[in-house]
Design a protein around this ligand. Sequence first.
Ligand SMILES: [Zn+2]
Length: 98
Amino acid sequence: MTDKMKKTQIRTCIGCRSTDVKHVLIRLVNSKNGVMVDKTGKCNGRGAYIHNSGKCWDRILDGRVLRKALRVEDNPDNLLGLRKDIEKITTKMSFEVV
Ligand SMILES: [Zn+2]
């Protein structure tokens, strides 16, 4: 596979359900420690993609979408780490926007 092909991989955002090129999406992974933001893009586990956009985060934060996309158990603890990660990302984002 060439680099060019890698760059044009298309993934579906689990927030807004639209498709986009992989490199503009953030990977979430269902790891042993619960659902986390996969900062390296290389974590093992079932993954899902989402735009780095407040609109898209909002849609997954109730956990229902994530449970379906990542097949996580219906356990709020699974989403604790992710919520913290999202908070960090969105806080940074709003600083950058302002
Ligand atoms: Zn989206």
